[in-house]
Design a protein. Structure first.
Lengths: 340, 340, 340
């Protein structure tokens, strides 16, 4: 944590491909909000709500769009999309872990598993049979990787991650702690008295540039694989059931759950706490708002919701009584209309 | 993962107790859907929606009910309940882990703990004081088992499972990765200013044939045990609070939460994302649909729901305004009726 | 688990600062409910629902308020707040872990990290660079603590906990298994085609007397810290997103989720399964009932709810059709009123 990244504004402008207005030799060593930035730090401005903070910032330089350059009191890095430029700048200021490549002495790796020279297995990592771990992969301490897995180059698993057997993840993947990939799908056959387990014989395939949040679970398929396509971003505490397919560049926010064999299209946004029942299909370009239940397929791009919105409980209690009488209410209204 | 299970159709018919129509010497080495199966694979047909796939399947044999045997283009295994027969067949094709019994050298087991000879403790497993681990139990890598626990015969814990002290699990249990059994119930006493912890002195008792999904938590009881009866199947990311009782052969789907001291009957189906408030009782034979809130006891078997169903957000926004006026709307309707 | 805590009633009365009515030399060795207590056990009475159990209890002594002392058939410990006195008594009967201070031989600690002499690191714990671990801290087996962390005195982490870098927790903290503190906030910038990760450069600051349940995740801030103030109690499977602030002595029940940059006031009760959308503020003293969605800021203390309440599915299905027509229904009612 003693590592400090220092860049001149000239270097930043070059690396981020932005126009610089100001002293190219000035040095910044960190990034902060407009309000909290101190001299020597970079900031960014993309939300008009914070306009007054731009005018009084103590940052040494601000990433912003051209129209605000004139009012900025300090050096400017001019960007077409300042938020995107901030994202790229933030990566430059990420701390770099100090450890060198190689496996910690306590890591347990089966003899049949191939691990690239540049990969890092931290302490107490356990890896099964016939798994492949690519270049610059890092597996966090106390993580367990099963057999027949494939971790492509530049993928990072944080500590305490579990991959069951037959899990594949593409390049530049990120998997946060506590996540479980490849656990058994929830499949049983009922004999009239009790449930018999259906062995879950498929695996999980995650594409390139996939990020999986903390405490998220993705079940293996019953026969075919559960699939998460390239560029999908999944937040914390999400549940992806067996044989789900999540389309490319879709975002699934925290605590959402996708039930078995459902398909989410590409470029969708599934907000937090959303449920999707099993065997439905959501087309490309759909947004579902927070805590909605998708209980049918969606065939038209757009924004979808369920729920009632928040009320004070006293009035809410009266209204939910009326909700249970809605059909009756409607019919009585129809009678009134007819009787006129 | 190089293990291949190969069975002649004669063997399958015998082991599954099914009638064979076709060449008893034909060999199958895997199981797949009707659509994806290739020669040498077994498939199954139980959902009339896939009838056309049955007619064109490349599987070597299909499990089906008698009425479809005539139209099946390949060998048939005739079953009264084809889905149940598929479940049993799937187990035959499960990969068999290669490791032998015994504890990995890195496992840390207290001297007072008894472990059956046929049990397997994988790498970095830690076990506390006075715990008992039965025959053919397998504890996955990096799992931690507390003191005073009991793991009955043939139970399997996947990697990174945590059992606190005083957790008992019956025979043939399955616990998936990331699950935590026996964590403290959420109990506090408020003194008017701040909360004082109530020590959670009970344990957790799980019956025989219980399966617990990935990332699920089951809290220990405050004084008595939290209890999950025989044959209960719990999916991923479920929360079972202290002193809950879940009745035999009940299914709890992903992301559901049962609050403290509530009782779920036998043979219930709690769908995904359901919440059950504290201190309620649900009788036997109840189904609760996805993302419903059970905010009162249920005394009659049947199907129960809450929520509004999905709408496009534009119309939904108008309707939730009206929801907040429902009681007023009802009263105005009554006035209209009276004024006629 | 063979440890038995034994107290005379005199000792209990002194330690809990309660008035004793009964034999001060009588010994109790455990605590149980009125119904289940056997001679030699302590019980408590605070809920009038259990009045008949008080009259027939076999406990050796009961904690209760003065008004019930006359009807209590056994010794009494008289308390102003019997539930609070029970909480304090329960701590006295908690099992005491037998292990001594120090790090297990298998723990991996970076040379720069300082660990108090009285702290305990259990088996396979991994600790990063420049972390500080205070007096009487206990870190459970297979937990991983990152770099730059600070664990204040008397804090306890159960097994399989993960702290990323830059996580601070105050005194007397409790963190249950499977929890992940400091994982990346869910921040991306969209370039019109795909998402670019925003490095999450803040940390997490947890106050004194904070308890975090099993399987809960708290993300690090984007630039500033995510903050949980003193005395906050968070249950299992809760998701706290980046840059959230949770005010002192607030309770967040199981499976709730607070989205990014939202602020919860002090002394709030967030019931189970609640969602709070991003960038909202909830004032002090708010209660939100189970499975409600807070989709706007709350500026007035009180109780808030959303949802419809539970119905039998058959009638519910009719009513949700009408819910989608609510705005139309309302307009037709207005027309009727006008036409009178």
């Amino acid at each position: 944590m003693t590592t400090v990244s220092a860049y001149s504004l000239r270097e930043l402008a070059q690396q981020l491909d932005l126009e610089l207005i100001g002293d190219p030799a000035a040095i910044v060593t960190g990034i902060a909000t407009l309000e909290k930035a101190i001299p020597g730090q970079l900031s960014f401005f993309h939300n008009p709500l914070y306009h007054s903070q731009l005018l009084t910032t103590h940052a040494s330089a601000v990433i912003l769009s051209r129209e605000y350059a004139a009012v900025c009191p300090v050096a400017c890095l001019v960007a077409t999309n300042p938020y995107l430029a901030y994202a790229k700048a933030s990566i430059l200021f990420s701390p770099v872990p100090p450890e060198r490549a190689g496996s910690h002495a306590s890591a347990q790796v089966h003899a049949t598993t191939r691990i690239a020279n540049t990969a890092i297995l931290e302490a107490n990592v356990v890896v099964g049979v016939n798994t492949f771990i690519g270049e610059n992969v890092r597996v966090g301490a106390n993580s367990v990787i099963g057999s027949g897995c494939y971790l492509a180059d530049d993928t990072k698993l944080y500590p305490n991650v579990t991959f069951y057997d037959d899990v594949k993840i593409g390049k530049r993947g990120i998997v946060h702690s506590g996540s479980v990939i490849g656990s058994d799908g929830f499949g049983f056959a009922f004999d009239g008295t009790r449930y018999h387990k259906i062995a879950q014989l498929g695996g999980v395939t995650l594409g390139d540039d996939v990020e999986i949040g903390a405490g998220t679970s993705i079940d293996r398929g019953a026969l075919d694989d559960t699939v998460v396509e390239d560029g999908v971003k999944i937040d914390n505490q999400v549940q992806i059931a067996h044989n789900v397919r999540v389309g490319a560049n879709t975002v699934v926010c925290g605590c959402s759950a996708i039930a078995g064999s459902s398909t989410i299209g590409k470029n969708c946004i599934i907000a937090g706490g959303v449920g999707v029942i099993n065997h439905v299909t959501i087309c490309d370009g759909v947004t579902v708002t927070a805590m909605s239940l998708v209980n049918q397929s969606i065939t038209k791009p757009g924004v979808y919701s369920s729920g009632t919105g928040l009320s004070e409980s006293a009035s809410w209690k009266k209204n939910i009584v009326r909700f249970r009488q809605l059909d009756e209410l409607w019919k009585r209204l129809l009678r009134l209309e007819k009787s006129k």
